[in-house]
Write a protein that binds this ligand. Structure first.
Ligand SMILES: Cc1cc2nc3c(=O)[nH]c(=O)nc-3n(C[C@H](O)[C@H](O)[C@H](O)COP(=O)(O)OP(=O)(O)OC[C@H]3O[C@@H](n4cnc5c(N)ncnc54)[C@H](O)[C@@H]3O)c2cc1C
Length: 353
């Protein structure tokens, strides 16, 4: 039950961009009592609290002056409620559980719905922060509710799906509850019969020549295979996945842009959204602005995936975080100059350069 507080802790092994920022204070909590103690310590020492999961959606631009709380709450429970629709099960996952491990765990138990979200790095708690999504499914399609602790009062509270205010890579935790709470568990409603969702074109294409009936496990394996072929593994090349959100622009602006770029042969792709907006793939914009494979100090745009910025960590004299953010700013400027579109950074940036 004891809580160990470390000081001047290097966070390089705790973030997938491998940035060597230091936390003035650091602890790991694996139960509620430790969490309570950690919050009390932060309060009595006037420290801000930063919850940390697997560090796969962070840019640590400078050292953290505060208490970094590594969330290691583990456990999975089937919820016994009476109002669960037939053919479904509500499962509560503690925040420290690894997302992909839980996708595989669910599949093994015959709980379906998470397959399309296979192989997304990170932990269960952080999944709600940016409403993780991939291959046509978002967390918000499955989340019933979650529990969180108020960082100021230490009180535990519950939020329903609606109260989380989910939208594309966004939630109340990036808005009014930003830096105000630590998520301790999430409850998902999963199906007890397979749900095959091939709405996403790349996934549908993967199975085009297959004749045999598809299983949820086959879909999960296909998603893993497509992801491995497209995205660098952070263990081999430090990155945070997509560095920019896909911008959503009004349909009128999209049509105007298509007309404007007809002459330079740019066939701008766009996907219609509810309410007449169009989502433009950020990777296409970055690639079209000739950034694929470009290097800046230790940072670079991945050779095969323009949406992924990587930390090569090979310029000892460089400030790696500054290199990454400078490169991102150069890309943002050029995309705005060429297309009039603002690219928003997807991972959470801590500190300033
Ligand atoms: C190779 C790669 C591919 C990726 N692909 C996708 C993808 O397809 N779709 C997608 O949506 N994302 C993707 N991501 C981004 C990332 O995996 C997700 O955002 C993931 O949910 C982050 O989880 P984490 O535990 O690593 O969070 P962290 O990086 O540790 O934290 C992210 C933010 O959440 C906060 N936080 C963490 N845990 C808690 C908690 N328990 N309570 C409150 N706040 C908390 C942190 O303070 C921080 O602000 C990818 C990342 C990589 C590296």
């Amino acid at each position: 039950m004891n809580l160990t507080i470390e000081t001047n802790k290097c966070l390089q092994a705790y973030n997938s961009l491998a940035l060597a920022a230091t936390a003035s204070h650091f602890c790991c909590v694996s139960n509620y009592q430790q969490l309570e103690k950690a919050l009390a310590f932060a309060k009595s020492n006037n420290l801000s609290v930063m919850p940390l999961g697997a560090g796969s959606n962070l840019v640590l631009a400078s050292d953290v002056e505060g208490l970094v709380v590594y969330v290691d709450l583990l456990g999975v429970m089937v919820t016994e409620e009476t109002d669960i629709p037939e053919g479904h099960v509500d499962v509560t996952f503690c925040a420290g559980e690894d997302w992909h491990e839980m996708v595989l765990y669910s599949l093994k138990r015959g709980w379906y719905g998470l397959e399309n979200l296979s192989l997304i790095p990170g932990n269960m708690g952080a999944a709600a922060i940016q409403n993780i999504g991939a291959y046509g499914v978002e967390l918000s399609d499955l989340l019933v509710s979650l529990k969180a602790v108020d960082l100021e009062s230490g009180e535990l509270f519950t939020l329903t799906n609606h109260e989380c205010q989910f939208s594309y890579r966004d939630s109340v935790f990036k808005q009014s509850l930003k830096d105000k709470c630590l998520i301790t568990e999430v409850t998902l409603r999963l199906s007890t019969s397979p749900v095959i969702n091939l709405a996403y074109p790349a996934l549908k294409g993967y199975f085009l020549d297959r004749q045999e009936p598809l299983t949820a496990t086959m879909v999960s394996e296909a998603v893993c295979s497509i992801r491995r072929s497209k995205l660098p593994d952070p263990k081999e090349l430090a990155n945070v996945g997509s560095f920019f959100k896909n911008p959503v622009i009004p349909a009128t602006k999209f049509i105007e842009l298509q007309g404007k770029h007809l002459d330079d042969g740019a066939d701008i792709p766009g996907y219609e959204q509810d309410g007449g907006a169009v989502k433009v793939p950020a990777g296409w914009l970055v690639e079209h602005c000739q950034f694929k494979g470009v290097r800046h100090g230790s940072a670079g745009v991945h050779k095969h995936q323009a949406l992924v910025l990587v930390n090569y960590n090979d310029c000892p004299a460089s400030n790696n975080a500054k290199d990454i953010l400078d490169l991102a700013a150069t890309i943002q400027k050029k995309v705005f100059a060429d297309f009039g579109i603002d690219l928003e950074i997807e991972p959470r940036v801590y500190g300033f350069i």
